[in-house]
Design a protein around this ligand. Structure first.
Ligand SMILES: *Cc1c(COP(=O)(O)O)cnc(C)c1O
Length: 366
């Protein structure tokens, strides 16, 4: 025999997600934190691993971690003067943002349903829509990459949109959405709006308080960026219980393993220990942006509220290659639609950033 019936037709045109990860001395392509977890977190994890019950299935919903996440959010809300308080029923933990984005496509997408995607943005949203047979309506950002607010409001008012993603700060453009626009959008539609806050710790604050009055809002967070855990696979959503319940129906029951739950608890309990590292990245972001702007007038440098900076220049693909030859990996978007000529530079340690700036100075002077 040895014959194989072909896979479903929908897979014919699908190209697997490629993070374009290559070995390099200096990794500035994936928006990871340049440092691993603080030692207080590492010690708590190591202590928790001693005598660990690997033989037991994990708590399917990671309830202890849900409680800790809700408490941390409530402290942040109270510090802003908000009386809104979350409980575990407002939180769902997933196998990183990726799983929750897939659940979003399964629960609110599907055949006969429509996603409104604001491009350019994270490519995973459209890929998940394609996999689940969801129609995608792509609305372009303005020439400076800011949101075309009126176009989004006009489009949802047609009434055929089931789900919307707004990414703030947006990947790869680095801009943030205003609270005023989010409120107008949430009031203009009954579609489920995902506010992807994967990079919010590098920005000026979350809009999670809007969950209190808007059942159609879902906030996505990840442990992969500010919290140094890209290798662990942990993320969560914050929403009203009516939304969480639907996600629980489509998720894989044991997607968050017991070791990840333990690591997640150590991270959330000690989240203040990450603050100096996050502040250092924000300070370095200002240095990198300023130096990039003085480096060359052929380069456009976009403002950023995240841990990366988008730049646009002629021959970006060639510049990418020359950086790689010097051991520096950045993300090449030069052939991506709407991002022609663009590279995305993750903010690393001071030393890594200086190496990047020096290499760029050399390459652009050639
Ligand atoms: C990195 C990222 C995520 C989540 O990544 P995970 O590692 O799967 O948690 C979600 N949204 C955006 C925009 C991202 O850049």
């Amino acid at each position: 025999m040895g014959a194989l019936r072909k896979s479903q037709d929908a897979l014919d045109d699908i190209v697997p997600y490629d993070p374009k990860y290559l070995p390099a001395k200096i990794l500035l392509s994936a928006n990871e934190n340049p440092c691993s977890v603080p030692s207080v977190v590492e010690e708590e994890i190591i202590a928790g691993m001693k005598g660990f019950a690997f033989n037991r299935y994990p708590d399917p919903l990671a309830n202890e971690l849900r409680d800790l996440i809700a408490e941390r959010e409530n402290r942040a809300l109270a510090a802003r003067g908000s009386k809104f308080a979350l409980t575990r029923d407002n939180v769902l933990v997933g196998n990183a943002g990726d799983e929750l984005l897939f659940d979003f496509a399964l629960a609110w997408g599907g055949p006969g349903r429509t996603l409104l995607n604001v491009v350019p943005t994270f490519s995973v949203y459209a890929a998940n829509a394609e996999l689940t047979g969801t129609r995608v309506v792509s609305l372009p950002r303005k020439a400076d990459y800011s949101l075309d607010e009126q176009a989004i409001l006009d489009r949802v008012s047609k009434g055929d949109i089931d789900q919307v993603v707004i990414t703030s700060p947006n990947n790869p453009t680095g801009d943030v959405v205003s609270e005023d626009f989010m409120v107008r959008l949430l009031n203009a539609t009954d579609a489920l709006v995902m506010l992807d806050e994967a990079y919010v710790e590098f920005a000026e604050g979350s809009l999670v308080r809007l969950v209190e009055e808007h059942e159609n809002l879902l906030v996505l967070r990840t442990f992969s960026k500010a919290f140094s855990c890209a290798g662990v696979r942990l993320g969560y959503i914050l929403a009203q219980p009516s939304v969480i319940t639907e996600f629980i129906k489509v998720r894989q029951p044991y997607s968050v393993d017991a070791v990840s739950q333990l690591i997640g608890r150590a991270v959330v309990r000690n989240s203040d220990a990450f603050t100096p590292g996050i502040e250092a990245i924000k300070a370095q972001r200002a240095v990198v942006i300023e130096e990039l702007r003085s480096l060359s007038d052929i380069m456009d440098v976009y403002d950023s509220h995240a841990n990366f900076v988008l730049v646009r220049m002629p021959d970006a693909g060639e510049v990418w290659q020359k950086l790689y030859e010097r051991g520096i990996l950045v993300r090449d978007f030069s052939r991506s639609r709407g991002l022609e000529g663009c590279l995305r530079l993750t903010i690393g340690t001071k030393e890594e950033n200086q190496a990047l700036l020096e290499a760029l100075r050399d390459i652009l002077a050639d």
